[in-house]
Design a protein around this ligand. Structure first.
Ligand SMILES: Nc1ncnc2c1ncn2[C@@H]1O[C@H](COP(=O)(O)OP(=O)(O)OP(=O)(O)O)[C@@H](O)[C@H]1O
Ligand SMILES: [Mg+2]
Length: 446
């Protein structure tokens, strides 16, 4: 007789896939840490033999075989896999490099690995002597728009949470680790949103803000209340940069007197306030409408470069945004770029601009930067403190949010004149021969 319990088999056979599909649909996150992870682990390990062969990651070795008489045969040796771990969007795993292999060999195989593992993308997260760590993402974590959270009251000085890294981790800019940032991208790619995020999150911090906006001030004027100084004409820009040199000069003297190399080594109670200067549409600073502007442009360019060179030790930080920073704008702009080690490259219209933004620091990131689609504003490739590049997406901080924060924290904006002349005034008697020897100081600092 047919045992009654067996009637449960077809029912269970039907229920299992349906509930699995429902689980996967309604809670992809818990699924990816449970059955999804087990499935991926099995797939990766069981197929690694032929996947590594197909991706060109195995190597051929000669081996002595005893079976059926001693002879030398060729065998394919796969790289060893270790430390399979879950991530919010997939998994990561370490691969041992064969002798003669480098992480670049894996870089070339990433698209093939993504297809073999049935995931959206595979990236190299880190590498060390003899190994690489691969991160596989089942879906693009940058595919959704995230609205910026209210600015935290327990901020950390000069740190700004910009958005999400493609690994699912937070994308944070830390001006103390990387003092200056270059934000590049075509129109409507998300540059101003980055500036909004910076203003929004720096507004409650004890930081002075200043702006240079030669687009007639349309971009930065909404934040004027929190800015100690906003320059919207060429003459004002030169004046502002001159003031910054004064501030730097002052801080250098202060550091020298205290016998320290930067303001962060000064005691808290005498440490001057950091200054973050936002430059929007930097090309405007270098573009000449008639010959009479030539000298002024050269001066602006030199001042900006000087500020970038010396600012990092003395709490002066630059955020330079623009659609391009090509060498056609003059040698000053290329020199400025080389001083700015933080890079954010949004969607660009041509490879040349991507090269300008990332080519010198992360040449292997260019193809990722070129593939940012227009329908994903805010997505960018960034290079920061660890020298590696990441795909990122900013959280959406609107102009209204940044404007409101500027108004709310306007009282925190220090008076510009006091900032510029705070110490210089007291020290008017300093003889001229005590003036800073810029070149010597720069040498010392580098
Ligand atoms: N992270 C993001 N997520 C979703 N939408 C975004 C994001 N960043 C920007 N956007 C949208 O993209 C549009 C353009 O953004 P933004 O003004 O920052 O670009 P831009 O590069 O400054 O452009 P322009 O060069 O014209 O000034 C805006 O409408 C904004 O809402
Ligand atoms: Mg803009």
């Amino acid at each position: 007789m047919f045992p009654e319990i067996l009637w449960a088999v077809p029912a269970a056979g039907l229920t299992l896939p349906v509930s699995a599909a429902a689980w996967h649909h309604w809670s992809p996150h818990t699924w990816s840490y449970g059955p999804g992870l087990v499935g991926s682990a099995l797939r990766v390990h069981l197929t690694w033999d032929h996947v590594s062969q197909g991706c060109g990651l195995s190597v051929t070795r000669r081996k002595t075989q005893v079976k059926g008489g001693v002879r030398r045969v060729s065998v394919e040796k796969k790289p060893k896999l270790r430390r399979f771990r879950p991530t919010p969007f997939g998994f990561r795993v370490r691969a041992r490099l064969h002798d003669g292999q480098t992480p670049d060999d894996y870089q070339e195989a990433l698209t093939r690995l993504a297809h073999a593992w049935r995931v959206d993308s595979v990236r190299i997260r880190t590498s060390g002597p003899g190994w690489v760590e691969l991160v596989a993402s089942r879906r693009d974590p940058l595919g959704t728009v995230t609205n910026a959270a209210p600015a935290p009251r327990d901020w950390e000085l000069l740190k700004v949470r910009m958005g999400t890294l493609e690994t699912g981790d937070a994308w944070v800019i830390d001006f103390r680790a990387v003092p200056h940032w270059l934000i590049m991208g075509a129109t409507q790619s998300g540059k101003s949103t980055d500036i909004n995020a910076l203003v929004y999150q720096l507004a409650p911090q004890p930081v002075a803000l200043a702006g240079l906006d030669l687009k007639g001030g349309v971009e930065l004027t909404p934040y004027a209340k929190r800015m100690s100084k906003l320059a919207t004409t060429r003459a004002e820009c030169t004046g502002l940069l001159d003031d910054l040199m004064g501030i730097l000069n002052d801080r250098m003297n202060q550091c020298r007197e205290a016998g320290v190399r930067n303001i962060w080594q000064l005691p808290d109670d005498v440490r001057p306030m950091p200054v973050v200067v936002v430059v929007d549409e930097v090309a405007e600073l270098y573009l000449m409408t008639d010959k009479s502007e030539k000298d002024e442009i050269a001066r602006t360019s030199t001042l900006l470069l000087r500020n970038a060179q010396l600012g990092r030790a003395f709490g002066l930080h630059l955020v330079v945004a623009g659609q391009r920073v090509g060498s056609d704008l003059g040698p000053g702009v290329t020199a400025l770029r080389s001083q700015i080690t933080g890079r954010i490259c949004h969607r660009v219209n041509d490879g040349e601009t991507a090269k300008m933004a990332l080519g010198d620091l992360a040449p292997d990131s260019l193809s990722a930067a070129m593939r940012i689609p227009a329908e994903m504003p805010g997505v960018a490739v960034t290079v920061g403190a660890d020298g590696r590049w990441y795909r990122v997406r900013s959280d959406l901080t609107t102009e209204e949010m940044a404007e409101e924060a500027s108004a709310e924290f306007a009282y925190l904006a220090p008076d510009w004149d006091a900032l510029v002349s705070g110490r210089t005034k007291e020290k008017e008697t300093v003889p001229a021969d005590n003036a800073v020897d810029w070149d010597r100081l720069e040498e010392e600092l580098t």
